[in-house]
Ligand binder design. Structure first.
Ligand code: HEM
Ligand code: HEM
Length: 193
């Protein structure tokens, strides 16, 4: 039995949390629009939904690039006393999630470009293909596959966060939440490391 130290209960820097939840929220929104947009009738919101999907995806791409450089400003501190395999597993899972949030918009963008269609971001910035993109439909297929892998990884990620909170009782989850929730959650004892 061990009580998490004060250091382990320190919230992640605001920038880390803001970036994490912006990406999580926008990815979820883009995903929900992605799975519904093609069922909408032509002229009945389909085009607007697709355009929203592309725009949200591009914003996710920009945030995912920021997330790549983020460790230079704010490295993610892991709770002390964790076994090495657990730290490695968490790091590998985080890198995989970060890579997928980058790869998913890229495959979507390449799908549009390979079909000769520029992408407009919220009706403002226009992103034309910088060159001829080979591969045709394959990018769309890859995009669908990566979207499924992302959903599975996010499900595992949420399960891991809940396991840390409910079974281990360490500060992993609450450190990623808004500070208000830290004040309302007293330190919980946890077993093992
Ligand atoms: C994080 C960002 C994104 C997420 C989570 C996402 C997710 C999805 C999902 C779940 C689908 C439905 C797949 C299916 O029908 O099984 C989809 C379809 C699609 N997405 Fe995305 N997407 C993202 C970004 C983008 C971007 C940036 C573009 C293009 C600029 C894009 C273009 C497309 C296209 C063209 C389809 C239809 C594919 C097809 O014709 O089969 N997506 N996306
Ligand atoms: C689309 C959804 C999500 C994505 C893409 C995502 C991605 C990530 C990534 C890449 C990290 C590594 C830290 C960073 O670079 O920011 C992380 C950390 C974390 N995420 Fe998520 N996340 C998502 C949703 C969630 C949800 C819903 C929860 C809560 C139930 C959650 C809880 C956490 C926690 C607690 C950490 C810190 C882990 C640690 O300290 O080792 N995430 N997430």
């Amino acid at each position: 039995m061990r009580i998490p130290t004060q250091a382990e209960r320190q919230p992640h820097p605001l920038g880390v949390r803001a970036l994490h939840w912006s990406i999580a929220g926008l990815v979820t929104l883009a995903w929900l629009v992605g799975i519904t947009m093609e069922d909408l009738p032509r002229g009945g919101g389909r085009e607007q939904a697709m355009s929203l999907h592309y725009s949200l995806g591009i914003v996710v791409f920009v945030l995912a690039v920021l997330r790549l450089v983020r460790p230079l400003l704010w490295p993610l501190a892991h709770p002390t006393g964790q076994s090495l395999w657990r730290v490695w597993a968490a790091q590998a899972a985080h890198w995989a999630l970060a890579a997928i949030t980058l790869g998913l918009p890229i495959t979507g963008l390449l799908d549009r470009w390979a079909r000769g269609r520029p992408v407009s971001v919220f009706g403002g910035v226009l992103l034309p293909a910088p060159m001829t993109i080979p591969g045709g439909r394959l990018w769309g297929e890859a995009h669908e596959l990566v979207a499924i892998i992302l959903a599975a990884m996010v499900a595992l990620h949420i399960a891991a966060a809940l396991w840390h909170h409910l079974a281990l009782g360490d500060g992993t989850l609450v450190r990623m939440l808004p500070q208000r929730s830290l004040k309302h959650s007293p330190p919980r004892p946890r077993t093992g490391t």
